[in-house]
Ligand binder design. Sequence first.
Ligand SMILES: [Zn+2]
Length: 96
Amino acid sequence: MKPAQRIKLFGDVYARDKGCCVYCGKPARRPGRGVKRAPDLATLDHVAPRSAGGPLARDNLVLACSACNNERGTMDAAAFRALKAAGRDEPISTPV
Ligand SMILES: [Zn+2]
Protein backbone atom coordinates (compact mmCIF):
# COMPACT_ATOMS: atom_id res chain seq x y z
CA MET A 1 0.00 0.00 0.00
CA LYS A 2 1.30 3.44 -0.91
CA PRO A 3 1.80 5.98 1.89
CA ALA A 4 -0.90 8.23 0.43
CA GLN A 5 -3.40 5.35 0.45
CA ARG A 6 -2.45 4.52 4.00
CA ILE A 7 -2.98 8.11 5.11
CA LYS A 8 -6.35 8.14 3.39
CA LEU A 9 -7.31 4.86 5.06
CA PHE A 10 -6.21 6.22 8.42
CA GLY A 11 -8.30 9.34 7.86
CA ASP A 12 -11.36 7.26 6.93
CA VAL A 13 -11.12 5.04 10.01
CA TYR A 14 -10.35 8.03 12.23
CA ALA A 15 -13.44 9.87 10.99
CA ARG A 16 -15.69 6.81 11.20
CA ASP A 17 -14.66 6.09 14.80
CA LYS A 18 -14.93 9.83 15.61
CA GLY A 19 -11.34 10.14 16.70
CA CYS A 20 -11.89 7.98 19.76
CA CYS A 21 -10.36 4.68 20.70
CA VAL A 22 -13.00 1.97 20.20
CA TYR A 23 -11.76 0.10 23.26
CA CYS A 24 -11.41 2.69 26.02
CA GLY A 25 -13.50 5.42 24.38
CA LYS A 26 -10.91 8.12 24.97
CA PRO A 27 -9.97 10.62 22.28
CA ALA A 28 -6.90 9.47 20.38
CA ARG A 29 -4.44 11.96 18.94
CA ARG A 30 -3.56 11.80 15.30
CA PRO A 31 0.13 11.21 14.85
CA GLY A 32 1.86 14.24 13.44
CA ARG A 33 5.02 16.25 13.53
CA GLY A 34 6.78 15.73 16.84
CA VAL A 35 4.11 13.28 17.98
CA LYS A 36 5.59 9.86 17.48
CA ARG A 37 5.09 7.97 20.69
CA ALA A 38 2.37 8.57 23.27
CA PRO A 39 -0.16 6.30 25.00
CA ASP A 40 -3.05 8.28 23.51
CA LEU A 41 -1.70 8.25 19.98
CA ALA A 42 -4.19 6.92 17.44
CA THR A 43 -3.30 3.65 15.74
CA LEU A 44 -5.12 1.37 13.36
CA ASP A 45 -5.90 -1.94 15.00
CA HIS A 46 -6.64 -5.06 12.97
CA VAL A 47 -9.86 -6.74 14.12
CA ALA A 48 -8.89 -10.01 12.45
CA PRO A 49 -5.13 -10.08 12.95
CA ARG A 50 -2.82 -9.96 9.97
CA SER A 51 -1.41 -13.29 11.07
CA ALA A 52 -4.89 -14.75 10.56
CA GLY A 53 -5.17 -13.22 7.11
CA GLY A 54 -6.99 -10.07 8.21
CA PRO A 55 -6.71 -7.49 5.44
CA LEU A 56 -5.47 -3.92 5.79
CA ALA A 57 -8.90 -2.60 4.88
CA ARG A 58 -11.39 -0.19 6.42
CA ASP A 59 -13.80 -2.97 7.44
CA ASN A 60 -11.10 -4.83 9.31
CA LEU A 61 -9.64 -1.81 11.07
CA VAL A 62 -10.67 0.13 14.13
CA LEU A 63 -9.19 3.18 15.76
CA ALA A 64 -7.32 2.26 18.91
CA CYS A 65 -5.09 4.33 21.14
CA SER A 66 -1.54 3.14 21.35
CA ALA A 67 -2.02 1.94 24.94
CA CYS A 68 -5.01 -0.27 24.07
CA ASN A 69 -3.38 -1.56 20.92
CA ASN A 70 -0.36 -2.68 22.94
CA GLU A 71 -2.49 -4.01 25.76
CA ARG A 72 -4.68 -6.08 23.46
CA GLY A 73 -1.74 -7.89 21.96
CA THR A 74 -3.10 -11.08 20.43
CA MET A 75 -6.37 -11.09 22.36
CA ASP A 76 -9.55 -11.45 20.34
CA ALA A 77 -10.83 -7.96 19.45
CA ALA A 78 -14.38 -8.59 20.68
CA ALA A 79 -13.16 -10.11 23.94
CA PHE A 80 -10.81 -7.21 24.54
CA ARG A 81 -13.54 -4.69 23.77
CA ALA A 82 -15.86 -6.38 26.29
CA LEU A 83 -13.08 -6.42 28.86
CA LYS A 84 -12.41 -2.70 28.43
CA ALA A 85 -16.13 -1.89 28.38
CA ALA A 86 -16.56 -3.63 31.73
CA GLY A 87 -14.03 -1.24 33.19
CA ARG A 88 -15.83 1.97 32.26
CA ASP A 89 -19.24 3.49 32.85
CA GLU A 90 -20.03 4.96 29.47
CA PRO A 91 -22.03 2.86 27.04
CA ILE A 92 -20.04 1.27 24.25
CA SER A 93 -20.56 2.76 20.84
CA THR A 94 -21.53 0.08 18.39
CA PRO A 95 -19.19 -0.23 15.44
CA VAL A 96 -20.72 0.34 12.04
ZN1 LIG B 1 -7.76 3.06 24.16
